[in-house]
Unconditional design. Sequence first.
Length: 334
Amino acid sequence: MQSLTFNKKIIEDIKEVIVSSRQKVAYEVNNTMLLAYWNVGKIIVENEQNGNIKAEYGKQVMKELSKELRKILGSGFSVSNLFNMRRFYITYPKFQTLSGKLSWSHYCELLSIENIDERNFYEKECINSNWSVRELKRQIDTSLFERLLLSEGKSNKEKVYTLSKEGQTINVPEDILKEPYVFEFLNLKEPKPILEKDLERKLVKHMEDFLLELGKGFMFVGTQQRITLGNTHYYVDMVFYNKILKCYILIDLKIGKMKPEYAGQMNMYLNYYDSEINDEYDNKPIGIILCKGKKEIDMEYALGGLSNNIFASTYTYYIPNKEQLISEVEKVLD
């Protein structure tokens, strides 16, 4: 028995050494590639006669450069990639500011973002949340930055600064909210009617994408979680646990617009979880009512004065118009 335990320890120790070494090698290889592409960009910029080369002439030079480099070094030096290397150096003039945790493909996605605050936010979140390139692309496409700014309906410049410098920090219940939530991964046609139970079923089927959309720290508990009061059974559509806030998150799905009575029902669910489900180390549960639309004045009266954390947010089946979201953010900032 002791021999078996001893052998298991040897295996775990060896595994840890090998995995750690592979990660270190991968990190060093990635960092070396980033440095190489950064230096290529530097060479290109330094040979542009202080940036005075005309755009059309510069494009032709890049085509010729790409052609020669591909002959000598193989693929990877297309015209678009060379322009990315050039922009890479201009955007990050100090190589020490780059993160070896992000790949060249990550940085190519980030370089497409003109706004420096927005780009800094996605870069921080990539590192903090360990996003793949696919996840990063989706978050950019669905305008996560703007949706977080609109989540409380009272965005301010301080929040822009915080998102830019720190990424998404989760300290209070409001920090987990987005406006709107985007379910484009369900591939549903917007005008097509759908029942709440069908929406729930599709979200469960695409749980990996749904968890990504919900954000940091979410763990799935279950659907149609029963609550019994007296002889009456009630069912919470979806229940999650957030390990950062250390609390249950109850989600109610509505296919129509927000109604005041939804808040009362959610308040009942939260009271039950607080008194019957929570352990001593759990914080008060949070309720999120996801609906197709809401009026802020109605929300003010429906949710005002409640001791529980209840929020109403909207969702959409398609990627929202980025210009419209930016316009909404600018209105709030102004």
